[in-house]
Design a protein around this ligand. Structure first.
Ligand code: NDP
Length: 338
């Protein structure tokens, strides 16, 4: 059983050497007697920015830290090989939290989602049909309360969440602009995902001026993935009664202490609503989301781009790449020797 172990707590930017590939020659593929656990073979792993938080030393956080010396855990897609739980049987496909290893024993199988639609790429259950898709759905539809014709700005727009938010906003009749960190990503936003405009934030000396160029009348909705200086510039460009869906702030995750953000007083003077959320609190909406998204995928009304790293050994590099923008679209690790 090949595994990627978490070595030790991380300060600053994570490195490949914070994780370790090990191979154990003997594999125990038997479930303990009378357990309701499930044995799975892991097929696809998801790399997600929130995993950085789990690399910090245990502290007050919404999520537990990884255990040094144990496998990294994260979202993924797997096949059930043996089951002590009445909801799962051999051969079922599932998505949920699994280990970064070839085989995992899942002690709380209630946390897994059974995959019912298999006529779409299985890897989509790490992204558009999994946690990431639910993030875009909850963050946009539940929090932004968009109206047709409104002006929407999305940061980290070509990423796993951002590419969907932009397309949801277009389907809702909004004007949408995205920012991303390379020319290739900007081209994708305009030519593949249908954003009205897009810009490379790394090439802008003055973010405030860039936003004024694309939103001369201001922004109604900001889908926040980045934080820091970009948030500061957005606050000055929000319209009265604007809404900010605070999904993530990736520019802050590797800093010892988060940057201070100026311009917060605009929240008061423009009657803005800024709401954070954690996707797991919206999982009850998953069946409703599938009802919406599966037909959109099948009719080709929504597209999804993945960046696939090959093999378990490439997972550490793929994960840390998220923090320098190496990934183009949803970062997946696949397939784990089917
Ligand atoms: P992405 O696929 O967008 O990958 C991360 C991207 O962030 C990179 O490709 C890079 O794109 C950009 N980035 C990295 N570092 C910086 C930086 N310092 N400044 C600006 N941009 C940076 O990731 P996801 O779509 O999976 O996640 C997007 C956001 O959503 C994250 O903040 C994440 O934490 C959050 N999230 C929140 C959830 C919730 O429950 N609230 C659930 C899931 C995700 P570029 O080249 O454009 O810079």
């Amino acid at each position: 059983n090949k595994q990627i172990l978490f070595k030790n707590n991380v300060n600053g930017f994570p490195k490949e050497s914070d994780m370790l590939l090990v191979t154990t020659t003997t594999i125990n593929l038997k479930l303990p007697e009378a357990s309701n656990a499930v044995l799975v073979k892991n097929l696809y792993l998801s790399c997600d920015p929130y995993m950085r938080d789990r690399m910090n030393e245990s502290k007050e956080s919404y999520i537990d830290s990884f255990t040094p010396g144990s496998p990294i855990i994260g979202y993924g897609v797997a096949k059930v090989l043996d089951s002590g739980h009445s909801n799962f049987k051999k051969g079922d496909l599932v998505w949920g939290i699994i280990g970064w290893e070839e085989y995992s024993i899942i002690n709380e199988p209630e946390t897994l989602f059974k995959i019912e639609h298999t006529d779409v790429p299985l890897s989509y259950y790490t992204g558009i049909l999994g946690m990431t898709g639910m993030t875009a759905y909850a963050g946009f539809y539940e929090i932004c309360a968009s109206k047709k014709g409104e002006y929407v700005f999305v940061s980290a727009a070509s990423g796993a969440v951002g590419q969907l938010v932009g397309q949801f906003a277009k389907l809702s009749g909004c004007y949408v602009v995205g920012s991303a960190g390379t020319k290739e990503k900007v081209d994708l936003l305009k030519n593949k995902f249908g954003f009205d405009e897009a810009f490379n934030y790394k090439e802008e000396q003055d973010l405030d001026a860039a936003l004024k160029r694309y939103f001369p009348n201001g922004i109604d909705i900001y889908f926040e993935n980045v934080g820091g200086k970009l948030l500061e510039a957005v606050l000055s460009n929000m319209r009265v009664n604007g809404r900010i869906s605070a999904c993530g702030m990736i520019s802050q995750y590797n800093l010892e202490q988060g940057e201070g953000v100026h311009n917060l007083s605009h929240i008061v003077t423009k009657s803005l609503r800024m709401q954070g959320f954690i996707v797991v609190h919206y999982y009850h909406l998953y069946p409703k989301y599938l009802e919406m998204i599966i037909p959109l995928i099948k009719q080709g009304k929504i597209c999804y781009i993945e960046d696939v790293a090959e093999g378990l050994e490439s997972a550490p590099m793929a994960l840390i790449g998220l923090f320098s923008g190496k990934n183009v679209g949803k970062q997946v690790v696949a397939p784990l020797s089917l």
